[in-house]
Design a protein around this ligand. Structure first.
Ligand code: CDP
Ligand code: CDP
Length: 231
């Protein structure tokens, strides 16, 4: 059976990566978390003093971009690929609220986007890939056979992310998580370069009231229909 490209875009904490991982596993496809790459660049900037309390040295980050090498390595026991920055596993470090609070600002920088989009396109050049992010169906793979756009209310999403952070023992307050989700929604949707918008040919799924199983079944059905159409 010929392979397709599946692009999953949408707002923060809508369940994109959860369903993308499930679908990739089911089909034997590669899953790529493009958000992890923007988070990795942000983590680099924080570790190297390019991000302070209220300032962000954009020029220095652009200058240092060639030094930033991001890769993924499949972890058998987790069942998905973890992200590495210059050979250091930073999967846990990039999920903190501190990184979340700066990542959307870093993601507005065109030079950063250009470097990451090139790498993403290379990872998906042989199809058989499920990639989630903000601009996958619009910029990275405009010809993807299946495009999904996920939404849910900001409160539902913040609650989901809050629960996740608490489970990891991160000391966060719900109101700060909600603020972060709303801020990122705004910056991601209003930036000039590759804003978060639904591609014309994307199928929208509001999963505010869907369980993980229901969401998976819905996406799987769309995948089956797309594969049948292609045969
Ligand atoms: O997991 P969550 O939805 O909270 O975020 P993420 O997918 O890890 O993405 C983190 C941030 O990276 C987003 O809020 C965007 O600012 C940026 N991003 C982007 O600009 N383009 C992408 N393709 C993926 C992420
Ligand atoms: O990748 P994205 O930021 O869009 O979201 P995620 O990391 O897949 O999901 C964020 C959290 O919401 C996870 O803990 C999911 O298990 C949870 N979730 C949920 O409970 N019900 C859904 N329908 C979707 C996600």
């Amino acid at each position: 059976m010929s392979k397709i490209t599946i692009a999953i875009d949408g707002f923060s904490s809508t369940g994109k990566s959860t369903v993308a991982k499930q679908i990739a596993k089911h089909l034997g496809y590669v899953y790529v978390d493009s958000g992890a790459m923007y988070r990795a660049v942000t983590y680099y900037a924080m570790q190297n003093g390019l991000i302070g309390d209220n300032d962000f040295n954009k020029e220095a980050l652009i200058y240092q971009l060639p030094k930033i090498n991001i890769s993924f390595k499949f972890n058998e026991s987790l069942g998905f690929a973890e992200v590495y920055l210059n050979d250091e596993n930073i999967e846990k470090q990039i999920r903190t609220l501190e990184v979340s609070n700066f990542v959307s600002q870093v993601a507005t920088v065109s030079e950063v986007r250009e470097q990451l989009v090139k790498q993403q396109q290379k990872m998906g050049q042989d199809k058989g890939v499920v990639m989630d992010g903000r601009d996958i169906g619009t910029v990275v793979f405009p010809n993807a056979e299946l495009k999904i756009f996920m939404t849910a209310s900001a409160e539902t999403r913040a609650k989901r992310r809050y629960n996740e952070l608490i489970e990891r023992d991160d000391d966060v307050a719900y109101k700060d998580v909600l603020k972060n989700v709303q801020n990122r929604d705004y910056i991601d949707s209003n930036r000039e370069d590759s804003p978060l918008i639904k591609a014309d040919d994307a199928i929208e799924i509001d999963n505010s009231d869907l369980s993980l199983d229901e969401q998976f079944e819905k996406v799987l059905q769309l995948v089956r229909m797309t594969l049948e159409d292609k045969e």
